[in-house]
Design a protein around this ligand. Sequence first.
Ligand SMILES: Cc1cc2nc3c(=O)[nH]c(=O)nc-3n(C[C@H](O)[C@H](O)[C@H](O)COP(=O)(O)O)c2cc1C
Length: 201
Amino acid sequence: MGDRDGVFAGDDPFEIARRWLGEAEAAEVNDPNAIALSTVDADGLPNVRMVLLKEIEAEAFVFYTNYGSAKAQELDGAGKAAFVMHWKSLRRQLRVRGTVTREEGPAADAYYASRSLKSRLGAWASHQSQPLSSRAALMAEVAKVTAQHGPNPKRPPFWGGYRIVPSQIEFWADGAFRLHDRFVWMRDNPLAEWRIQRLSP
Ligand SMILES: Cc1cc2nc3c(=O)[nH]c(=O)nc-3n(C[C@H](O)[C@H](O)[C@H](O)COP(=O)(O)O)c2cc1C
């Protein structure tokens, strides 16, 4: 990859993703870590929604959600997901596809504990993706779980993370005259070496 340099420099795609996210944190008006998370349901119908990327680990991308939600059913059912991030201020895009597993151990406990008390109680109160009769019903649920769990709630068993281990990571950066730069990292399994390929824009 003789001509891969500048914002694409480096061979570790997780390192590049971390670097790009760091630049986006300095440039975006809000939610630089927002990802459009794509799943498929049991009928193969795609679904997509925003979630917040919370960690770029050595070999994986991690976000948190409710295990009773629609997305959780789709993630658990297919075992696969994709996401895209678009940073308008940087005019860059990151695309990831891979397999998913739950993160419901100490890392999930630690992240849950780091959230504000209101967010921790909110996780207990919201039956995410289930029908809700009114805003008042949700507030009543918040009051109930606040009384039940007090100032130091434990992580709900129905709330935790997902870890996406990619088989494909693509970086896209805006270029002059719509001649953008695209590079994709591909591997057949997480133990295999990455193959890096420039793609036509
Ligand atoms: C910017 C943004 C960030 C969000 N972050 C999260 C998140 O980290 N986790 C989450 O469960 N939902 C998050 N949501 C809400 C989801 O988009 C979605 O409404 C919810 O998770 C239910 O999705 P589902 O029914 O497909 O499971 C976020 C929404 C927006 C707009």
